[in-house]
Design a protein around this ligand. Sequence first.
Ligand code: CAO
Length: 425
Amino acid sequence: MSKALDGVRILDFTHVQSGPTCTQLLAWLGADCIKVERPGVGDITRGQLRDVPNADSLYFTMLNHNKRSITLDAKNPKGKEVLEALVKSCDVLVENFGPGVLDRMGLTWEHIQQLNPRMIYASVKGFGPGPYEDCKVYENVAQCTGGAASTTGFRDGPPVVTGAQIGDSGTGLHLALGIVAALYQRNATGRGQRVLAAMQDGVLNLCRVKLRDQQRLAHGPLKEYSQYGEGVAFGKATPRAGNDSGGGQPGWILKCKGWENDPDAYIYFITQAPVWAEICKVIGQEDWITHPDYATPDARLPRLKGIFARIEQWTTTKTKFEAMDILNKFDIPCGPILSMKEILEEKSLRETGTIVEVDHPKRGKYFSVGLPIKLSDSPAEVKRSPLLGEHNDEILRDVLKFDAKKVEEIKASGALGGSKSMAAE
Ligand code: CAO
């Protein structure tokens, strides 16, 4: 079956997480993704957080499926020649090096355009143009500078970073959309273009509702925040809101049966207005259906803490899954707090390909997250990540059409590295 991005070739000059997330998505959508790695070590994540000796880490394998790998010393003249040949024969170059790295390699945007005017040159950087554009950035730096940390956590505690990799994977996702849009525009213009996704911008985009609240503060307290009901005054900036829902329908995380011993025996419960009567019936508090202090959403806002405490009396009598079953019958929005263990064991996620099992020659079988976007005409098939330099010959011969003499010349120059990495050995 054909794939959505069949015929698109990516020069994947990415490393760590943000860039590889982007190119992995494009590869799952059908692009031919050629990962260029430094000889000997490759992407630094191959060896980071290793759980199996001498095998590529899960950090690397789970971010680099469906790609081919070539090792290339971009600072060796022959290596540079191969790199430029790749620029000429690819549609998209994706990179997430520190600021200025590609320029120092001689691959300025001007030079890339000379080599291949159709090339789309896509970058992840920590910041866009401005005072911080020269800074290197990792995930949590982006979460802090993009507004996520100051608005996450509890009011009486410090800022908190989230486990969701909104800085890295979130920005990779933004970049992938920019690349696909640029490919589409190229159909009309015939020209490539630069695509930039800055991690600060990507995080801020995902924190849009918090910037909304910042502006609402000028017009009065944020009544849906539980601190309003607790009589705590608002400061100058959007506060941390604990587990408040952040939307127009109040919610909170409530204990369920077994919470004393199970750190994940909780449920997220939303007191959605249209099902208020059903909520009251389920918890056995029918008088709240018509009581003036509880009957309307506005009346409930200053009383949310007490309301959730009462609902929790009910949820602690049920396991999170029992509560979910009962509440769903009445269309009451809720969600059990699922541990990674529970998610990994969830049958339905395996059936949809959201969790996939992959076999790897060095590490054996492992699980990964597949493509979370399902296309009916372009189903993603998850293939293992490449070993370091696994496709050196194939790329020189079949993609760049170099003859045997030229391939030998390049190898002899050391441009592909002398020996293979630990991973490929
Ligand atoms: N051949 C020769 N040299 C190579 C090479 C190759 N194939 N691949 C990389 N290099 C060299 C580069 O030329 C560069 O050297 P110079 O600084 O001397 O020019 C160096 O390796 C890589 O530099 P870097 O700044 O990208 O790497 P770092 O480990 O110091 O920093 C990171 C890592 C992530 C902080 C930085 O790349 C960055 O800020 N990237 C942009 C933001 C980003 O994506 N952050 C997310 C990181 S987690 O997903």
